[in-house]
Design a protein around this ligand. Structure first.
Ligand SMILES: [Zn+2]
Ligand SMILES: [Zn+2]
Length: 351
């Protein structure tokens, strides 16, 4: 088994520079308090946090400031990280997904399949789905967006409960989205990440009490994206270099998603080996006698998916099984709720 340096962090956070309630120093403090290794922040249509120099190391936390792009109808939300200047604001979504790729920045399709019953929902937040995701430039999508997921489940009737206990609703990524993701990966690689989409919106409940829903620190202890890095991210290298390492790992799919509320998933590993050759998450290749292996940091209910279909399930902390060509990913549930979601590994038919 190859040795990796693991980094666990959160993606998609809003500050006061768009519709969040916290300043950058507040977000940084919350991220450090939650024990994150990195944070990718993305305000709507502004790079003010980047312009003010917040990208870089803050003690042991690496922060990269990107932004969340939308089109003129406020649709097709797309996270872009690594750009020093904003793209023209009148770009269509086809234009900005191409421009982000051309500039070698990291693009992520945000809340791609958001669905909400607008009648029953918290009406101030209409759903913002993507509709069609079949653009070759879209290489990374949010598989599990905490905020979007919460809004899908929050109705007028349960909103007070959900406001006080936001993380208790972080049950599973959407089945529809997972099915799309598995199907897409039969043809081309599409990487999945988790996101918090934290705003820490303050709302007033029962007249007297103002509560920040999805407080930063609480949200940073929910959906995380873990990166498996060949070498250590060093503080001596400049920010651009650290950013490009992080973005490449995400683009490559050398990453898995966890819900920290169900347990600390650091140490999870999933790979396929053949003698001394290994395929990691995000990789594909041919193999003679492939053995699929996994290490799960705590006993969980594992579900192995091949070509979009569940082929094996059961409680385990280790998996080792001979497999045939196909596209594999592993999910681990805990207490009947989603805990860990790997990216795909593809074994090609050899002929
Ligand atoms: Zn959005
Ligand atoms: Zn957002």
């Amino acid at each position: 088994m190859r040795n990796f340096k693991e980094y666990s962090g959160c993606i998609h956070a809003h500050s006061i520079y768009s519709d969040g309630s916290g300043t950058f120093p507040e977000m940084i403090k919350a991220a450090q308090g939650a024990g994150l290794d990195y944070l990718l922040a993305s305000d709507h249509m502004t790079l003010q946090g980047r312009d003010e120099g917040y990208t870089g190391w803050h003690d042991d936390l690496f922060l990269s400031v990107g932004y969340e792009i939308n089109d003129k109808n406020d649709q097709h939300h797309y996270l872009a990280f690594g750009l020093d200047e904003m793209l023209p604001s009148d770009y269509s979504h086809e234009q900005y997904i191409q421009a982000v790729k051309a500039k070698d920045a990291l693009g992520v399709a945000a809340h791609p399949f958001e669905q909400r019953d607008v009648q029953k929902s918290v009406v101030e937040f209409p759903p913002i789905p993507w509709g069609n995701l079949d653009y070759p430039e879209i290489e990374v999508i949010e598989i599990w967006n905490m905020m979007s997921h919460w809004l899908e489940l929050t109705t007028g009737r349960n909103k007070y409960w959900n406001v006080v206990h936001p993380r208790s609703f972080s049950t599973f990524p959407s089945r529809r989205l997972l099915a799309w993701w598995d199907r897409a990966n039969l043809d081309r690689k599409v990487v999945g990440i988790g996101s918090v989409d934290v705003h820490a919106i303050k709302i007033r409940i029962f007249k007297l009490y103002t509560k920040a829903i999805f407080d930063y620190k609480i949200m940073f202890k929910s959906i995380r994206t873990h990166l498996l890095c060949d070498s250590e991210l060093t503080k001596s290298s400049d920010s651009a270099q650290v950013e490009s390492t992080i973005f490449n790992l995400i683009r490559d799919g050398r990453t898995f998603i966890s819900n920290f509320r169900r347990g600390d998933a650091r140490g999870f590993r999933f790979w396929i080996e053949d003698g001394d050759r290994e395929l990691q998450m995000g990789e594909s290749g041919t193999m003679q006698r492939p053995i699929l292996k996994a290490i799960i940091p705590e006993r969980g209910h594992c579900r192995l998916i091949r070509n979009g279909e569940l082929i094996q399930k059961g409680k385990a902390t280790r998996i080792e099984m001979a497999v045939e060509p196909g596209v594999y990913r592993l999910e681990v549930l805990k207490g009947k709720r989603g805990w860990i979601y790997s990216n795909h590994i593809k074994i090609l038919e050899s002929n």
